[in-house]
Design a protein around this ligand. Structure first.
Ligand code: PA5
Length: 431
């Protein structure tokens, strides 16, 4: 039995294991109540037989890779952040994955410059579109899809319908109506899975399969996590330990959690994590503000503040022991830069040592550090980690006493914007 895929440890702070275990009963109670919330279908998804869905996704992804140079994913929030996170974490830094094509994103903003430039970029390429929206009516993707649909019809005529894939609710929403009428192929977002918990459904799986990610390995990792993290005992469940640690630090007065990692490919994964925790917990004037940094780059930017600024944050260091691809520091007979003492080391080794140095320095600066360690950055462990964070987030929000699965604040923004757009059909006052 593979134990401790994610190892959660406190590197430096006043919390003791015995303090953490005082939450044992509360965690157990929440564990048993959690499935009674709406929108908890994601907890069991990886445990159910996914083979027919994965085959369908593979089939469509192969067709897209064979017939297109680029897939445009249209979606916002939970409808694109997860796919982009996985794609960026696993693809090569320069160029595309061996078995993948380019995947770009639209409908994640309302910048006229962005969408105009995208259309110009697509002109020399063969294109497919995957529009993703659970509600089917969110403004950003709806506007972008209106543009993309017309673009595809102008370029491909009647064949456009074969190149547009819709991922939405099985029964309701404007997008569902459009898809049925135009006979677009559809994937279903299960109605018991909310946006930011939907990355392991077709929402995330189709785009990443097109990008060349092994979706079966990703799901196998998630299944392993779903089995292991079904343990209600805090002592055996590292996702729950992480939830309790961050909750205790919040109770001690820390206001910001900084998720930090040392691999630049994880930048977009950070963004997914930020939405997951921010939208799940930031309610009723409560919650840790989730922020992220990528080291060592950001040590030369925001490192000063972390070390010596207002003591309002703690750090969660995400560390993968094995990263594919590495380079030994070359020996140079001239040694003009004085770096020959490192010539027996690899870059990844030096990066790992810089992580240790950072944790020690931040300890001196009084910044508590939680460390999450995984054996390897690959599909399997990323699938595990995604599930780990979703489970930890649900527990964490419940410890705080807020509903992890709604987002009333986002709905408020949407309502206000629509009121303004409808009130001022012809005139806008910019405030
Ligand atoms: O987590 C959420 O529910 C949100 O971030 C949504 O994913 C986001 O608002 C997009 O919604 P939809 O998929 O309905 O277009």
């Amino acid at each position: 039995m593979l134990k401790e895929i994610v190892k959660t440890t406190l590197l430096n702070c006043s919390l003791e294991d015995s303090d953490i275990l005082k939450y044992k009963n509360q965690v157990q109670d929440i564990h048993h109540v959690l499935p009674q919330y709406d929108l908890t279908g994601w907890m069991d998804t990886p445990l159910n037989d996914q083979s027919s869905l994965l085959n369908q996704i593979d089939q469509v992804a192969s067709e897209i890779r064979a017939c297109a140079d680029v897939l445009v994913v249209v979606g916002v929030g939970g409808s694109f952040l997860g796919a982009r996170a996985i794609q960026e974490a696993l693809k090569p830094y320069f160029g595309l994955a061996e078995d993948g094509i380019e995947v770009v994103y639209a409908g994640l903003n309302m910048s006229g410059a962005y969408i105009k430039e995208l259309l110009a970029y697509l002109d020399k390429k063969q294109v497919y579109v995957n529009v993703i929206s659970k509600s089917g009516g969110t403004m950003e993707p709806a506007l972008a899809f209106r543009v993309m649909r017309q673009y595809m019809e102008q370029r491909y005529g009647e064949k456009a319908a074969e190149r547009i894939i819709v991922t939405t609710d099985a029964e309701k929403g404007i997008l569902k109506g459009i898809a049925d009428k135009a006979n677009y192929r559809q994937f279903v977002i299960p109605n018991d899975v909310g946006g930011r918990y939907s990355v392991l459904t077709p929402v995330g799986l189709l785009p990443v399969a097109v990008a060349g990610v092994e979706i079966r390995a990703l799901m196998a990792g998630a299944t392993h996590a779903a089995q292991e993290l079904a343990d209600s005992d805090l002592a055996n469940n590292d996702a729950y330990k992480y939830a309790v640690m961050r909750h205790m630090l919040y109770e001690q007065g820390y206001k910001i959690e900084l998720l930090a990692s040392f691999e630049p490919g994880l930048n977009k994964f950070h963004e997914w994590w930020k939405q997951l925790f921010g939208e799940s917990e930031g309610k009723e004037q409560k919650g840790l503000y989730p922020s992220t940094v990528n080291f060592s780059t950001d040590l030369h930017a925001i490192g000063q503040f972390i070390q010596e600024g207002s003591p309002i944050m703690f750090e969660t260091l995400l560390h993968f022991h094995e990263i594919e691809g590495d380079l030994q520091v070359p020996f140079d007979a001239r040694d003009e830069d004085g770096l020959n003492y490192l010539s027996h080391r690899t870059f990844n080794e030096i990066n790992a040592i810089s992580k240790q140095g950072t944790a020690l320095a931040h300890a001196e600066g009084g910044v508590p550090v939680i460390q999450l360690e995984l054996p390897k950055l690959d599909e399997y462990h990323l699938g595990y980690l995604i599930y780990f964070f979703m489970k930890a987030c649900a527990m964490s929000a419940c410890l705080l006493g807020v509903n992890p699965f709604d987002q009333p604040g986002v709905e408020a923004y949407k309502r206000k914007m629509l009121e303004l757009l409808k009130e001022n059909k012809n005139e806008f006052t910019v405030i």
